[in-house]
Write a protein that binds this ligand. Structure first.
Ligand code: SF4
Ligand code: SF4
Length: 411
C-alpha cells in the first residue's frame, strides 16, 4: 500500500480508503440497509490487514446502522489501526446545540473517544450558508479543542464558486470532493482540487468510478480506445490510476462490497504514484472522456440524494436504463431492465411517467440535472405508447415462462 501525507495533521494515509456507503447487505433485504455484518466485517478487516488505514462512514449510511456496525467491525484492535471519518448531516441541524448532541451520539455509536476526520456532509452554497449562520465554525473549534474530533473538513456537492467560498471561510484540515475523469469540470472539479491543495487541505476523493459506471464493461466505442493502450489495464484500473496521478489527491475512497474488487483495488493502489502516467496515456484517457461524454444523455452518478420522490419515481434507476440505452446502443436490454426494475411488475412502480414535476428532486441533485425534463425524455423513449398494454402481455409471458420452468423441474 502507498501512503500520502495529510498536510496539516501529518498523518500518513493509505491512498485507498474504505467507503462504507455500499457495504454488502443481507440477502432478501434489498433497499432496507441491513448490513451483512459477518461479510462486511471480514472485508473491512482484510483491507486493513492489507494496509488500508482510512475508513469513511456517515450518520445516514445504511439507514443509520453503519456507525454502530463499524464500532463492532473495528473491535479487536482494528480501531487503532485506522483513521475514522464520519459526518455531521447539515440537513438535520436546526440549532447550534444539535451539532453538539449529534456529535456526542456519534462518538457513542462509534464507540470511540475521538473522530479522526469529521466532515460537514454534502455541502453546497445553500447548506453552507445555513449551517454557518447556526455557528458551525464555533462548534468545530470547540470539538477540536475538547478532543472530540482531530481534523475538521467537509464533503461537497455544489458548484465551483461555492467550493472556493467554503474553502476560504474556515481553517479546514481537509475536504472531500467528487472527482473522476468524467467530473473534471463538474462540482469542485480540477479547479477546486488544485485550489484546495494550494491552501494546504488534504483532499479525499469520492465517486472515483462515478457510481460504478467507469468500472463496467465500457461501450464498444470506448473499449476500442482503451485497447489502443500499450499497457493492458481494466477501465477501473485506468480510472483509479488517473486520479492517483494527481499529486493534489490524498485518499481515494472506494465504496467496496465485493472481495474480488477489494483485492483488485488494493493491487491497483500499490502502483498509484503521482505523475506516473505518460503523456500518451493521459491523451488516451482524454479521448475516452470525450467519447463517454458524447454517449451519455443524463449525467447521473446514482448518488440518490434526489430520493425519495413524492410520486414514487425511482429517478436514478430510470436514468441508469436511459444512459445504458444510449451508451451501449442496446435498446432491448435497456427496456427489459427498465421494465424489471421500475415498471411495477414486482413491487411498487417507479416509472419516469409518474413524475408530476413538483421540482423537489432538482434542488437535491448535486449534478444540477434538469430531472423532470430528463424524465420526460425517459418516458418517451423507455415507455412510449401503449406501455401498460405491452406490460400486460409481458406479465402474461413471464407467468407462462415460470409455469413452464416449474413443469420441467417437476418432471
Ligand atoms: S419533479 Fe418529478 S421526479 Fe422530481 S420529485 Fe417531483 S415528482 Fe419526483
Ligand atoms: S438524479 Fe442527481 S441526485 Fe438523483 S441520483 Fe442522479 S445525480 Fe444523484
Amino acid at each position: 500500500m502507498l501512503y500520502r501525507k495529510m498536510k496539516k495533521s501529518g498523518d500518513e494515509l493509505s491512498i485507498l480508503g474504505f467507503g462504507c456507503m455500499r457495504l454488502p447487505q443481507k440477502k432478501g433485504s434489498p433497499g432496507d440497509g441491513r448490513i451483512d455484518e459477518e461479510r462486511a466485517t471480514a472485508q473491512i478487516r482484510m483491507a486493513i490487514d492489507e494496509g488500508v488505514n482510512y475508513v469513511d462512514t456517515a450518520l445516514p449510511y445504511h439507514m443509520g446502522s453503519c456507525e454502530p456496525f463499524l464500532a463492532r467491525a473495528l473491535s479487536n484492535g482494528y480501531r487503532d489501526k485506522v483513521k475514522l471519518a464520519t459526518k455531521l448531516p447539515p440537513w438535520s441541524v436546526k440549532a447550534r446545540e444539535e451539532m453538539d448532541r449529534i456529535l456526542s451520539s456519534q462518538l457513542n455509536r462509534l464507540n470511540t473517544a475521538q473522530v479522526d476526520y469529521y466532515l460537514l456532509h454534502g455541502l453546497n452554497g445553500d447548506s453552507w450558508g445555513k449551517i454557518e449562520a447556526l455557528g458551525v465554525t464555533g462548534f468545530l473549534d470547540r470539538a477540536k479543542k475538547d478532543g472530540q474530533i482531530a481534523n475538521a473538513g467537509f464533503s461537497f456537492h455544489g458548484d465551483q464558486e461555492a467550493f472556493i467560498r467554503i474553502v476560504d471561510a474556515y481553517d479546514w484540515d481537509f475536504c472531500q470532493i467528487q472527482y473522476n475523469l468524467l467530473d473534471q469540470q463538474n462540482q469542485a472539479g480540477t479547479k477546486g482540487l488544485k485550489y484546495a491543495a494550494s491552501k494546504n487541505l488534504g483532499v479525499i476523493i469520492m465517486e472515483p468510478l462515478r457510481g460504478g459506471l467507469l468500472a463496467r464493461k465500457p461501450p464498444s466505442e470506448v473499449e476500442k480506445i482503451w485497447t489502443e493502450a500499450k499497457q493492458v489495464r481494466t477501465p477501473a484500473e485506468w480510472s483509479l490510476s488517473w486520479i492517483w496521478n494527481h499529486p493534489e489527491v490524498t485518499v481515494v475512497l472506494s465504496g467496496m462490497n465485493d472481495e474480488a474488487h477489494i483485492r483488485e483495488n488494493i493491487r491497483v493502489a500499490n502502483d498509484g504514484h503521482p505523475d506516473s502516467l505518460s503523456e500518451d496515456e493521459l491523451d488516451l484517457i482524454r479521448r475516452v472522456e470525450r467519447k463517454y461524454r458524447s454517449l451519455m444523455k443524463a449525467g447521473c452518478t446514482g448518488c440518490r440524494y434526489c430520493m425519495p420522490c413524492p410520486s414514487g419515481v425511482d429517478i436514478p434507476t430510470c436514468f441508469e436504463a436511459y444512459n445504458y440505452m444510449h451508451m451501449y446502443g442496446d435498446a432491448k436490454w435497456a427496456k427489459l431492465f427498465y421494465i424489471a426494475r421500475v415498471a411495477g411488475l414486482a413491487g411498487n412502480p417507479g416509472r419516469a411517467s409518474q413524475c408530476e414535476e413538483c421540482g423537489e428532486c432538482q434542488e437535491a441533485c448535486p449534478q444540477k440535472l434538469p430531472i423532470p425534463e430528463l424524465l420526460k425524455a425517459v418516458t418517451s423513449e423507455m415507455e412510449g405508447r401503449f406501455f401498460d398494454t405491452k406490460l400486460w402481455f409481458f406479465g402474461k409471458f413471464m407467468k407462462l415462462q415460470r409455469w413452464r420452468t416449474l413443469r420441467k423441474s417437476s418432471k
